[in-house]
Design a binder for this molecule. Structure first.
Ligand SMILES: Cc1cc2nc3c(=O)[nH]c(=O)nc-3n(C[C@H](O)[C@H](O)[C@H](O)COP(=O)(O)OP(=O)(O)OC[C@H]3O[C@@H](n4cnc5c(N)ncnc54)[C@H](O)[C@@H]3O)c2cc1C
Length: 454
């Protein structure tokens, strides 16, 4: 069978790409070896957010007294939380399946393997059957990086070392949990298990958490979580794991911390091996598929989108990259831009941002002016966040007075940030933003407030 397009991988990049292609009339085949929806739906974005919402409800109930609401005997049922998470995942996966069917996409379960190229197109084998695609979209995603630290491999086999896949299905809340890596995934998991009752320790090699985030915001987040009982070991390197223990080095001295379970979350790497990319000569650079701004690899008709190209490793980036690929396949010129991709950390409080930070602006030689404002200037924030110390940082380009970055910590940030991304995308200037009417009272008004300081 000859298809117009074969998509390998059914995560956000793959299923959305297939859907758009099918809707546009391309005869499309989608191949997924594990679960439709990929990491995002099955073991990433959605399961983690479902868990975090339960934790937030629990915390709201437990600490409602300062809002004049007294709740007693509040209990947390982890089993029920996992059950509900599975239900949410099932519903969404079924929705994607239905949507793909409606878009006339053929779905096949199995591992897609590129066998070679003929005059008709690219040959892909699934379970010993051959299919030809005039074009390919590679969307095989990413997998956790597992360092070669002594004990990690054995710990995985014995079940006390986990990745995001296992921890999101864990049957019992561990008494103590050590998280190796203080990035977004580590912090979100720390947030859930801290609320659920684990004694959580985060070991991070850098001297700060949350990666390349605005440093002030990372510091506020860390202080908030320290108050909630999470222990942070910064500038510390894990050197060995044993059952019940993690050994690390700080200031060249060895120390250890007890751990019933250990979550490895030091980053993810693109999946580029084992399915025949080399047979058609797809160029790999630094462990990721090299693509241009239209999502094209070096091989004609072969595109790659999502985590596999290693650019941004976020589901919403994957969606847009897939759309760019399909548009170009359909002959519409479309290019990928990375300057206005928002990010969110779904901790409590939430952190969100888009565009340059002070540090990245400095690195790029962009002179910026910064407006930093306490979230307490927002009436709604004050009404809903007793004792909250959130901030919003707005960065504008000094030369053109255009918005180039915005970063905030405080709840609702996750829902607000897309508007700011649109402002950056539209290259809005301070004076344009001043004319926008924000609903009152909302936390989003903080942006309007902050912009008037510039
Ligand atoms: C714990 C966690 C939380 C996250 N939270 C968020 C979040 O809140 N927001 C956000 O934007 N991002 C989040 N992410 C990142 C997000 O999950 C990824 O960016 C997104 O899933 C990337 O989509 P993708 O389609 O590129 O790849 P994936 O989702 O990794 O999907 C790739 C698919 O390809 C399949 N596959 C691989 N090789 C083959 C083959 N040879 N044949 C057939 N199938 C194959 C795999 O089985 C997989 O299903 C999170 C990630 C994790 C781990």
């Amino acid at each position: 069978m000859v298809y117009d397009l074969i998509v390998i991988g059914g995560g956000p990049a793959g299923y959305l790409g297939a859907e758009r292609a099918g809707q546009a009339g391309l005869n499309t085949l989608l191949i997924e070896k594990r679960a439709l929806g990929g990491v995002c739906l099955n073991e990433g974005c959605i399961p983690s957010k479902t868990l975090l919402y339960s934790a937030k409800m629990y915390d709201n109930a437990r600490y409602s007294e300062k809002y004049g609401v007294v709740s007693e005997n509040v209990k947390f049922n982890h089993d029920k939380v996992i059950e509900r998470k599975n239900k949410v995942v099932r519903t969404l996966v079924a929705g994607i399946k239905a949507q793909l069917k409606k878009s006339n996409v053929t779905i096949l379960e199995g591992t897609g393997e590129i066998a070679g190229r003929s005059s008709e197109g690219y040959e892909v084998r699934i379970n010993n059957e051959s299919f030809i695609g005039k074009r390919l979209l590679i969307a095989t995603g990413s997998m956790p990086i597992l360092p070669s630290i002594p004990g990690v491999k054995e710990g995985m086999e014995k079940g006390f070392v986990l990745t995001n896949r296992e921890i999101l299905d864990i049957k019992e809340v561990p008494g103590s949990l050590v998280i190796v890596g203080g990035g977004v995934i580590g912090l979100e998991m720390a947030s859930y298990f801290n609320s659920a009752g684990s004694k959580v320790t985060i070991i991070e090699m850098l001297d700060h958490i949350a990666g390349n985030n605005e440093r002030e915001i990372s510091d506020i987040l860390m202080k908030t979580y320290e108050k909630k009982g999470i222990v942070f070991k910064l500038s510390s390197k894990v050197v060995e794991v044993k059952e019940g223990m993690v050994l690390y080095e700080y200031n060249r001295e060895r120390a250890s911390v007890e751990a019933d379970k250990i979550l490895m979350s030091i980053g993810r790497k693109p999946v580029v091996d084992g399915y025949g990319l080399e047979r058609i000569g797809v160029e790999i650079e630094n462990g990721r598929i090299k693509v241009d701004e239209r999502g094209r690899t070096n091989v004609p008709g072969v595109y790659a989108a999502g985590d596999v190209n290693g650019y941004s490793m976020l589901a919403h980036t994957a969606y847009r990259e897939a759309e760019v690929c399909i548009n170009n396949i359909l002959g519409k010129k479309d290019v990928m831009r990375y300057n206005a991709i928002p990010y969110v950390i779904y901790t409590n409080p939430e952190v969100a941002g888009v565009g340059e930070t002070e540090e990245t602006a400095r690195q790029k030689g962009i002179e910026v002016e910064v407006s930093k404002i306490s979230m307490r200037y927002s009436g709604r924030y004050l009404a809903e966040n007793e004792g909250g110390d959130g901030i919003c940082k707005i960065l504008i380009d000094k030369k053109y007075r255009r918005l180039v970055g915005l970063h905030m910590i405080g709840n609702y940030s996750s829902e607000i940030i897309y508007g700011t991304a649109a402002m950056i995308e539209m290259e809005m200037r301070v004076d344009d933003i001043k004319e926008i009417v924000f609903p009152h009272p909302t936390v989003s008004e903080i942006i309007r407030e902050g912009i008037f300081y510039l």
